[in-house]
Design a protein around this ligand. Structure first.
Ligand code: FMN
Length: 244
């Protein structure tokens, strides 16, 4: 398969077989993650591999009862991490101040690029993946459970495992709605949005599992009109992050 075709076939997997991921493959996935570009060469992330069943169960609960967190072969908590670099600076007698918004952005972007490399590598080996933003439902409890220090926060969880389902890929926005030339296009193209809403509604109506009746615009109303995880700003700042 062409590499681009692999990317185009992506879909999140939420049901996994019990087959374990071989240690060699796991290490290669981790190295693929680490090979991603990293701003300022900071490598400002840490992965916590959760192997204890009880911890998995607690996390599945804290993520909003997402059973696949407990059931997948491997579950990682992907953390933005400015603590390691700070400690290294302190040990070398170099001053450091990890409370800036820009460092927070860098660490969050670094974490995401690393994880997405892992996802692509995993999919290329026949594995299924699912990001778990639900890890931010209860970030303080997760931090306590995993003993995360200040300047570290859980950005998302990541489920990996061999798929026990074969869902269809979700249609994405047509290119003219998000790829622009030279300047930002204020005028959205109503026909393109109408058509996309139809495509998404059709996808939800006809997909194999969890059929529902909604359009993309309706989903975005849910996304943008209500407060989501309002605790995050206070939580991050209490951990010493994004303070100025
Ligand atoms: C950062 C992030 C967090 C996500 N959190 C969850 C989650 O908590 N639970 C879940 O089932 N899917 C989660 N997803 C998966 C998205 O719902 C999914 O990627 C999106 O609906 C598009 O579907 P697809 O991945 O199958 O193409 C998350 C995806 C991302 C990128």
């Amino acid at each position: 398969m062409q590499f681009i075709d692999l990317l185009l076939q992506h879909r999140s997997i939420r049901k996994f077989t019990t087959q374990a991921i071989e240690q060699d493959l796991l290490e290669r996935l981790l190295m693929a993650g680490q090979a991603a570009a990293t701003s300022s060469f900071a490598q400002a992330y840490s992965l916590i591999r959760i192997t204890e069943g009880t911890t998995r169960d607690k996390l599945a609960d804290l993520c909003g009862n997402q059973a696949y967190v407990a059931q997948c072969a491997e579950f990682f908590v992907c953390c933005a991490d400015l603590a390691r670099n700070q400690t290294i600076c302190q040990q070398s007698g170099i001053s450091s101040d990890p409370g800036y918004m820009e460092q927070f952005i860098i660490a969050t972007v670094d974490t995401s690029l690393m994880a997405q490399n892992m996802v692509i590598a995993a999919e290329s080996e026949g594995l299924g993946t699912c990001y778990i933003g639900g890890i931010r439902n209860n970030p303080q409890e997760v931090s306590d459970l995993l003993q995360l220090p200040d300047f570290v926060y859980p950005v998302f969880g990541l489920c990996l495992g061999y798929p026990a389902q074969d869902p269809e890929s979700k249609p994405r926005l047509p290119l003219p709605l998000w790829v622009m030339e030279n300047n930002y296009l204020e005028n959205l193209i109503p026909d393109e949005i109408k058509q996309y809403d139809k495509d998404v509604s059709e996808y939800y109506k006809t997909r194999t599992g969890n059929k529902k009746s909604t359009s993309w615009t309706e989903q975005m109303e849910g996304f943008l009109s209500k407060e989501s995880r309002p605790h995050m700003l206070e939580f991050l700042q209490a951990r010493g992050l994004a303070k100025r």
